[in-house]
Design a protein around this ligand. Structure first.
Ligand SMILES: [Zn+2]
Length: 159
């Protein structure tokens, strides 16, 4: 399958999240063309400030593969550009590739993020826990991923 096909599955997961009272964002981890884990946000209703969808997906993937530092061969598809915390977690987990949809600047003006942050740029200077480099690809089905968040601001529903 192509990037777009996997991103469609992440978008489907994001729509499922709304039914569970979570923000419409989702990550899926793919290895050998199989989905090994998915992740949703657990921030708001579970009192979990680090519970971003990307971190939850990475943690579930590590459990599934019984590894802490080596997600070699995995690709994470995520509807929104990972924040710097999630990118750091991906580096700790040795994740070699991330493909995302909408850019951070498309959906928020998050005041907590690093100034001029771009996941792709930061990843260029990172060496992963397993000694590999990380590739980041952005903007896949960007408009669809952005539209998911149209009734949200900074990951919270608009009142
Ligand atoms: Zn994050």
């Amino acid at each position: 399958m192509k990037n777009e096909d996997y991103m469609k599955l992440a978008i489907k997961g994001a729509k499922e999240a709304v039914k569970k009272g979570k923000p419409p964002i989702c990550s899926i981890m793919v290895k050998d063309e199989k989905i090994i884990a998915r992740g949703w946000s657990s921030v708001g209703n579970e009192f979990d400030p680090s519970g971003h969808n990307d971190i939850n997906c990475i943690k579930a993937s590590c459990k599934a593969l019984k590894t802490t530092f080596d997600l070699s061969g995995c690709v994470m598809y995520t509807t929104i550009e990972p924040c710097s915390m999630c990118l750091g977690c991906a580096a700790w987990a040795g994740l070699p590739k991330i493909v995302f949809g909408a850019y951070q600047e498309d959906i928020s003006d998050n005041p907590y993020e690093l100034k001029d942050y771009h996941a792709k740029e930061l990843a260029k200077n990172m060496v992963l826990a397993n000694g590999r480099k990380m590739e980041v690809v952005g903007g896949i089905l960007k408009e669809e991923c952005k539209q998911l968040m149209r009734n949200f601001k900074n990951w919270m529903p608009l009142k």
